[in-house]
Design a protein around this ligand. Structure first.
Ligand code: GRF
Length: 216
């Protein structure tokens, strides 16, 4: 293991397709980083198996084992500090992190959310976009603060909604782009091009609006 590589922790709650894309990017040498641990708040999810297949140590933290969210987050934070992580990547982590946690790792947590924030924070974003007859949907990558799907958005990918789309087809198309671009944006952080000091910076300049990619 080369020591100059950035150390990433990935937090998951489920299937782990996004995690897999990040593992693949590391293995292909496209991401100069080591995933040093994968943490889940759900037992027996397939994402944990993906981590094990890639020989990445895993840890599971169940809410029922802790008195409150704060205690659980502090236990996770302590493990992350033991691993000396440079970046915490949320990849389908379906639990809101407490302010104590987000403040402890300010500027070091990225999340991907399947909507064009600030539109549609929370769940069922595909359904909501279709019901509202939106012409486009997509995803956002943002630094994480204590607000659900809050924090400064650094990257967005806009995907047209087709007349033939249903929730599944739209979800599958957006996910395909998520898996392409999340490793790329993580790569910017790892290379020092993207950072956060009270606000996001890209190539040493304040990022005044998200970087946007448009798909056909
Ligand atoms: C991704 O689509 C992401 O947008 C959302 O959760 C999904 C994760 O799915 N935050 P998976 O567990 O990576 O398959």
């Amino acid at each position: 293991m080369s020591s100059n590589k950035k150390r990433i922790a990935v937090l998951i709650s489920g299937e782990g397709q996004t995690l897999q894309a990040i593992i693949n990017a590391c293995n292909a040498g496209k991401l100069n980083a080591d995933i040093v641990t994968v943490i889940s708040n759900k037992a027996d999810v397939y994402g944990l198996q993906r981590a094990k297949n890639a020989n990445i140590p895993t840890h599971t933290f169940l809410r029922k084992s802790y008195a409150d969210n704060q205690q659980m987050d502090m236990a996770i934070a302590d493990i992350l500090e033991q691993y000396q992580v440079d970046l915490i990547v949320l990849a389908g982590y379906m639990k809101i992190l407490t302010a104590t946690f987000t403040q402890r790792f300010e500027g070091k947590i990225l999340n991907i959310h399947p909507s064009l924030l600030p539109k549609y924070p929370g769940l069922h974003t595909y359904q909501r976009a279709l019901e509202n007859h939106d012409s486009e949907h997509g995803f956002s990558i943002h630094f994480v603060n204590e607000e659900m799907d809050g924090g400064q958005v650094v990257f967005q990918c806009k995907v047209p909604i087709l007349a033939t789309d249903d929730e599944d087809s739209l979800c599958n198309r957006v996910k395909q782009y998520e898996q392409r671009y999340y490793p790329q944006v993580i790569g910017w952080f790892v290379e020092g091009r993207l950072s956060y000091h009270s606000e996001a910076y890209f190539d040493d300049k304040p990022l005044t609006s998200p970087i946007v990619e448009y798909q056909e």
